[in-house]
Design a protein around this ligand. Structure first.
Ligand SMILES: [Zn+2]
Length: 134
């Protein structure tokens, strides 16, 4: 089981700031200014076990949205608790006005995964739409 991050821990997103001065602000309701900030805050949300934030920032067209909400939250929670989120590296970021792509390497449980995520802007909010592993 991973250790839960504290408010004074370094933010899991790798900003070098404390969690409480970085992604926690978004987890508490601040709006991500762009898709890259949103992506980083979602990675931090997994590390901080902010499961509802993951649901809230997932686009309605994502297939997970069809799942039973409690089951989905349980899956996010299990993944979050049983994983250790060691490192996030942003490899590429491309953005338009309402569509963006972030390619990142995440080291989780000592394993590096590379994902290209797609984000769409709905109103003033960026949302995670889908991702493919590279
Ligand atoms: Zn952060």
């Amino acid at each position: 089981m991973s250790k839960k991050i504290g408010v004074n821990s370094n933010c899991p997103c790798g900003s070098g700031k404390k969690y409480k001065k970085c992604c926690q602000l978004l987890h508490q309701g601040a709006i991500a200014i762009d898709a890259l900030v949103l992506m980083k805050s979602r990675y931090s949300a997994y590390a901080a076990r902010e499961c509802k934030y993951i649901v809230k920032t997932t686009h309605p067209s994502n297939r997970e949205q069809k799942k039973d909400r409690d089951l989905w939250l349980k899956e996010i929670s299990d993944f979050s608790i049983n994983s250790s989120f060691e490192r996030l590296e942003i490899l590429e970021y491309q953005t338009g006005t309402d569509e963006a792509y972030v390619t990142f390497a995440a080291t989780i449980n000592g394993e590096k995964i590379i994902e290209k995520s797609r984000f769409l802007k709905e109103g003033n909010r960026w949302l995670y739409e889908s991702g493919i592993f590279l």
